[in-house]
Design a protein around this ligand. Structure first.
Ligand code: ATP
Length: 233
């Protein structure tokens, strides 16, 4: 079943058109990586789906109805969770408090404090630690765990591994395995092409606001990816 449908979507920053007529669908349970060079429009596209950035053209439908005019907080209630670039935890709250705040008015489902901490055992000993005292990898894992507390059907994760040490990247990608196994539909923005291609079943590459490649990762050649990424080979 198609959970999300993005149709001819356009988004601007003032006069600059960052997203220029993008169309794709996401099937329930799919993990889709969104790649592309700096400034290709990945963050802007993800934010339009989350309702954090206005559409200037096109339509987005989710679970069979259009999201036009639905504010970001109501999209969360309908199961769209967004992990922004930079994590944005509450720094003076503990890990547990950050999780509980997200779960307060959440949809009901399999995820709650107990099940999230079981799924992310690395967070268990950090429950009482202030978010400001976490490493980058721990913060990213907490941010993903916090998004899960809302029991999303669609999880949008921006810049999954940006600025993280290789060890932290490993920790965060352990979370991806949990997400895949739980059948959560994920769109992730990832700068690390190797990670993106090995994690996702499908990849979309944006080039100057347009889709340059939309393909299953299996069988995709490096040349195809590089050509889409840079617009030449
Ligand atoms: P990055 O990997 O650098 O975050 P991206 O692919 O996510 O890149 P966006 O951040 O969506 O790309 O940016 C798309 C275009 O919109 C770029 O040209 C960028 O300079 C511009 N842009 C992004 N945010 C703003 C903003 N707040 N104000 C003005 N222009 C912006």
């Amino acid at each position: 079943m198609t959970l999300l449908r993005v149709e001819n979507v356009e988004a601007r920053h003032g006069l600059l058109q960052a997203v220029r007529g993008v169309t794709f669908g996401v099937t329930e349970g799919e993990i889709l990586a969104l790649i592309g060079a700096n400034g290709a429009g990945k963050t802007t596209l993800l934010r339009t789906v989350a309702g954090a950035h206005p559409l200037s053209g096109g339509l987005i439908s989710y679970d069979g109805s259009y999201l036009t005019g639905v504010p970001a907080h109501r999209r969360v209630r309908r199961g769209i969770a967004y992990v922004p670039e930079g994590r944005r935890l509450f720094p003076e709250f503990t890990v547990e408090e950050n999780l509980l705040v997200a779960g307060r008015r959440a949809r009901s489902g399999r995820w709650n404090l107990t099940t999230v901490l079981e799924a992310f055992p690395a967070l268990q000993p950090l429950r009482g630690r202030l978010a400001s005292r976490l490493s980058g990898g721990q913060q990213q894992a907490t941010a993903i765990a916090r998004a899960l507390m809302t029991n999303p059907r669609l999880l949008l994760i921006d810049e999954v591994s940006l600025g993280l040490s290789p060890k932290a990247v490993e920790e965060v990608y352990a979370c991806m395995t949990v997400l895949r196994e739980s059948g959560t539909t994920v769109i992730l923005v990832e700068q690390d092409l190797g990670r993106a291609l090995s994690t996702a079943g499908r990849v979309i590459c944006l080039l100057e606001g347009r889709i340059a490649l939309d393909a299953k990762t299996e069988g995709l050649t490096r040349d195809e990816v590089v050509t889409a990424y840079f617009g030449f080979h």
